[in-house]
Every structure is written in structure tokens, then in C-alpha cells.
Design a protein around this ligand. Structure first.
Ligand SMILES: Cc1cc2nc3c(=O)[nH]c(=O)nc-3n(C[C@H](O)[C@H](O)[C@H](O)COP(=O)(O)OP(=O)(O)OC[C@H]3O[C@@H](n4cnc5c(N)ncnc54)[C@H](O)[C@@H]3O)c2cc1C
Ligand SMILES: NC(=O)c1ccc[n+]([C@@H]2O[C@H](COP(=O)([O-])OP(=O)(O)OC[C@H]3O[C@@H](n4cnc5c(N)ncnc54)[C@H](O)[C@@H]3O)[C@@H](O)[C@H]2O)c1
Length: 461
């Protein structure tokens, strides 16, 4: 049995920086990874999808825009090159991460799947089929999440894609039917539509993106429909079956009526579940919630002393920057005697559709539910000078402000660079800059940022 001061399970967005910092502080540390260093974000998530979104946007722009006075003679997509570029970026990011790990003294990277045999003991099935036994004073679980596959009649008989396997396609699907209208469904939906697929999105909820304000969902739905994507809400898939050669027939109950679709590919984008099946948590006293996410307190401690969980596997907002921040909280608490908590963090995120949807803090729905005394500042992009000049007028800027303190509580920005504008407002929130100060702040003309003046002028009496 090999003994360590710390073992980190999962080389994801929290595990890698955590293991490096613990080892650099002199702790004898092992980092165990069963698949690829970099986890979901680098290998199957943010990095490959955002590289592909860039190719899709280029294809879209290359088609020209009549009203901007640019017409082109059609677009030729080289999908092999699109995927090759994506693979090169992923491999660049992954090898830089591996190199970073290898340079740290006291840190041992072990490739293999880790399973608990007791609260502080692990068995690792290494890539060469051998088993290593490890024990550690402190264990950190950063095993992430994986696609959730709903139990739908016939799903076992068809070949369906997930957000991971779709990244290996060799050809653009003729008709891609997507189950789920969340971030993954929308990012892939628009991307493949722009690559030339016919795209149908079936969402079981009343609308897309149920956590967002209704006006945000309406704008996104309109953008998608204008690009020719078929969107159905209140759509529950009831059956899949193989149909003819290489076709799949999908029966769905849409607003209580049965509709049938025949497509070439199905993407299941109906959420993610914690990746704990190989962890052997039954051999420990670690407690999970009903959906299998590991329960932690405000300091990321599980129910077992000195066993922690970070990132997607603990549930809550599943974003790379949250996983990364989890490691910051732990490093500060364990190495610098801080008492940091994970509750009360401001949550920013950006959906990388075109236009982007940047979100931070409270939206209107949440402000209302929380009983806040708030004002709403909102301007459509068609009134933003920069958006008019660039021809990117879809979307809006919307901020929720506290009526009394005039501080910004949150924002939704849908636009060409909605995520970046949202981040400006996030900085204002962090710096406690009131909306009244932003209203007359000097921004360079004619940037999108300049229209933050106009956004808050809407609150003038
Ligand atoms: C298609 C897609 C697009 C996304 N886009 C964005 C985006 O644009 N922005 C954003 O912020 N977030 C995005 N996300 C979410 C983001 O990728 C995740 O929130 C983030 O990667 C979670 O990091 P993590 O460290 O918690 O886990 P992960 O990065 O998932 O890492 C977990 C690691 O643990 C390993 N592991 C699991 N079990 C074991 C075991 N028993 N033994 C050893 N190793 C194990 C896994 O192989 C994996 O490498 C996206 C996700 C997807 C699927
Ligand atoms: N840009 C980003 O930051 C980004 C991009 C992609 C993913 N992510 C992360 O990954 C997570 C998972 O994304 P996701 O889109 O898979 O999950 P999600 O939970 O955001 O959306 C899943 C959607 O599928 C619908 N659904 C579930 N079962 C269904 C069924 N049987 N039929 C029809 N619809 C069904 C749900 O109602 C929901 O709207 C996100 O929550 C996010 O944290 C982030």
C-alpha cells in the first residue's frame, strides 16, 4: 500500500490545479485520471465545442449578408479540416496541462480508475491492467459528470450520439434531431445547422432554457427559427426505432399530439449525471443526494472527515469556472488557514450561441422570487449603436438593480459579445459601482460598452 498526504481523483478543472498546489506546498500528492488529463472541459466540453462554434460562425458569415452589401457564391465546408482543427486545439491544451503536471515535484500522475475500498483507501486499476493500492490522509474527489441518458422506449436499439461522441463525427449529419433544449442542445443545434444539417430540437419543458427570463428564451427561440431550426417545446419523446437504412424514427408527444420525425442522427442532450459509478462510494461513508451527487458542506467537505468533493460531481452549477473556483476555496482553506465558503458566490456564465447569452447574478425571475425591491433596465440591441453598425442587432442588454442602493444585482446580455459585456457588469458588481455611476461613465465610442450609458439612462425618471 502506497501512502500519500493527498490523493486527487480526476484530472479535471479542479483536480489538476489543486494537485499541483498541494504538491508545490510540499504534500506528497497523487493525481489519478482514468481517461484524459484535462477532463470534460478540455477533451469533451468547452474547448472542442467553442473551437467548432468558431468554424460554424465562419461558415455562417461566409454566406454573406445582402443588407451589408456582401453577397458570396456559396460556402464550401471542409468538415475534415473543421474537426482536425478542433482536435489540434484539444491536444495542444491537453499536452500543456500534462507538461504542467510533470514539472511539479512531489506530484505523481497515475493513469487508471480509482475505487474506494475504505474511507481513506483506494484501489487503482491502471492502464496496464494491474492494481495499485493507495492510502491518503486527505482525498479529493473531482470525477465530474457524464451525459444522462433518459429511459425512452427503443433507445437501446438505436445508435444515438452524446455530447462526447458527436465530437468524433466524420460527416455532417443530414438531419440531426436533438433531445433537450439546454445549453448543449442549443450550442450543437446552431453549430450543425450552420454546418449544413437540418436540425430539429425537442424540449420537454414549456420553453427553452427554463432557468432564464422569458424574454431571453423568446429571443433565442426566434434566432433559431430564423436560421431554419425546427424547435418544439412541450415535446416528450415516447419512442425511437430504426427505420429503413440508417434512419431513425422518433415519435414524440408535442403539446399532447403525436408527431413523428425521421432523422439520420439523434443527439441526447438531456442533462448530465455525476460520474461516480466506478468510485465504490458504497465502501465509504460518503453521502450522496437522491440524484447521486456527492453532498458537501460550504467548505467542500463530504460526510467523511478529510474527504472532499469538488466540481460537477458535487452538483450545483456545472461550469468550468465553478470547478476551478472550488479548488481556490480549498487551497485557501487548507494551505492558507482561510475560512472561505462556496455559498454566496456570484455565478457568471455564457452560452456560446450566436448571439451569445451572457448571464450573471440574479435575473428578473430570480429577483422576483427572492422578493427583492428591484428595477429593470433594458435596451434592445437594435438601439445599440455598435450593434447597428456591425449588423448584429439580435438580443438585448438587461440589468436588474437594487432600487435603494442602486447596485447591480445581475444581468442578461444577449448579443454578438454578450458574454464580454456581461463580464463588465460583473466587474461593476464586484466593485460595488452603482448604475448611476455607469450611466455617465466615459466609455470609448462606439463600443458595445458605451451603450451601458444608455442602458441605465432607461432608469431616468
Ligand atoms: C459539451 C459541453 C460543453 C461545455 N461548455 C462549457 C463552457 O463553454 N463553459 C463552461 O464553463 N462549462 C462548460 N461545460 C461544462 C464543463 O465542461 C464542466 O463543468 C467542467 O469540465 C467540470 O469540471 P470538473 O473538474 O468538475 O470535472 P471534469 O472536467 O469532468 O473532470 C473529471 C475527471 O475525472 C475523471 N474520472 C472520473 N471518474 C474517475 C475515477 N473513478 N478514477 C479516476 N478518474 C476519474 C474523468 O475521466 C475526468 O477526466 C461544458 C460541458 C459539456 C459537456
Ligand atoms: N456555455 C456553457 O457554459 C455550457 C455549454 C454546454 C454545457 N454546459 C454545462 O453542461 C450542463 C449540461 O447541459 P445540458 O444542456 O445537457 O443540460 P441542461 O440541464 O442545461 O438542459 C437539458 C434540457 O433537456 C431537457 N430534457 C431532459 N430530458 C428530456 C427529454 N426526455 N425530452 C426532451 N427534453 C428533455 C430539459 O428540460 C432541459 O431543458 C449545463 O447545465 C451546463 O452547466 C455549459
Amino acid at each position: 500500500m502506497k501512502s500519500f498526504d493527498a490523493v486527487v481523483i480526476g484530472a479535471g478543472q479542479a483536480g489538476v490545479p489543486l494537485a499541483k498546489k498541494l504538491a508545490a506546498a510540499g504534500w506528497k500528492t497523487a493525481l489519478i485520471e482514468k481517461r484524459l488529463v484535462g477532463g470534460t472541459c478540455i477533451n469533451d466540453g468547452c474547448t472542442p465545442t467553442k473551437a467548432l462554434v468558431a468554424s460554424a460562425r465562419m461558415a455562417h458569415l461566409a454566406a454573406g449578408r445582402k443588407e451589408l452589401g456582401v453577397e458570396t457564391g456559396g460556402v464550401k465546408l471542409n468538415f475534415t479540416q473543421v474537426m482536425r482543427r478542433k482536435d489540434a486545439i484539444v491536444s495542444q491544451f491537453r499536452s500543456a496541462t500534462v507538461k504542467g503536471i510533470e514539472q511539479v515535484p512531489n506530484l505523481k500522475l497515475i493513469y487508471g480508475a480509482a475505487t474506494f475500498t475504505a474511507n481513506h483507501e483506494l484501489r487503482v486499476r491502471t492502464d496496464n491492467g494491474l492494481f495499485e493500492k493507495l492510502t491518503a490522509e486527505r482525498i479529493f474527489i473531482n470525477t465530474g459528470a457524464e451525459p444522462f441518458i433518459p429511459e425512452i422506449k427503443g433507445i437501446g436499439e438505436i445508435r444515438f450520439l452524446t455530447s462526447t461522441s458527436i465530437l468524433e463525427l466524420k460527416e455532417v449529419p443530414e438531419h440531426l434531431l436533438i433531445v433537450g433544449g439546454g445549453y448543449i442542445g442549443l450550442e450543437f443545434g446552431q453549430m450543425f445547422s450552420r454546418f449544413g444539417s437540418r436540425v430539429t430540437i425537442l424540449e420537454q419543458g414549456e420553453r427553452l432554457l427554463p432557468r432564464e427570463d422569458e424574454d431571453a428564451c423568446e429571443v433565442m427561440a426566434k434566432v433559431f427559427q430564423e436560421e431554419g431550426i425546427i424547435l418544439k417545446v412541450k415535446a416528450k419523446v415516447v419512442r425511437f426505432e430504426n427505420y429503413g437504412t440508417n434512419r431513425i424514427r422518433v415519435s414524440a408527444s408535442v403539446e399532447d399530439k403525436t408527431e413523428n420525425y425521421t432523422c439520420s442522427h439523434v443527439l441526447i442532450a438531456s442533462g448530465r449525471k455525476p460520474q461516480t459509478s466506478e468510485l465504490g462510494l458504497a465502501n465509504t461513508d460518503v453521502v450522496c443526494d437522491q440524484r447521486g451527487f456527492i453532498q458537501v458542506n460550504d467548505r467542500l467537505e463530504t460526510s467523511v472527515k478529510e474527504v472532499y468533493a469538488l466540481g460537477d460531481v458535487k452538483g450545483g452549477p456545472a461550469f468550468t469556472h465553478i470547478s476551478y473556483n472550488d479548488h481556490v476555496v480549498l487551497v485557501n482553506n487548507l494551505l492558507h488557514h482561510a475560512k472561505e465558503k462556496i455559498s454566496g458566490r456570484v455565478l457568471p456564465y455564457c452560452m456560446f450561441t450566436d448571439p451569445q447569452m451572457g448571464r450573471v447574478g440574479l435575473n428578473e425571475m430570480e429577483a422576483k422570487a427572492a422578493g427583492r425591491d428591484y428595477l429593470v433596465a433594458k435596451i434592445p440591441m437594435r438601439q445599440v449603436a455598435r450593434a447597428i453598425e456591425t449588423g448584429e442587432t439580435k438580443g438585448f442588454m438587461k440589468a436588474i438593480v437594487d432600487k435603494k442602493s442602486k447596485l447591480i444585482l445581475g444581468a442578461t446580455v444577449i448579443g454578438e459579445i454578450g458574454g464580454e459585456i456581461m463580464s463588465l457588469l460583473q466587474m461593476a458588481m464586484a466593485g460595488k459601482i452603482t448604475y448611476e455611476e455607469i450611466r455617465y461613465m466615459i466609455f470609448a465610442h462606439p463600443l458595445y460598452a458605451e451603450s451601458l450609458n444608455n442602458l441605465f439612462m432607461t432608469l431616468d425618471d
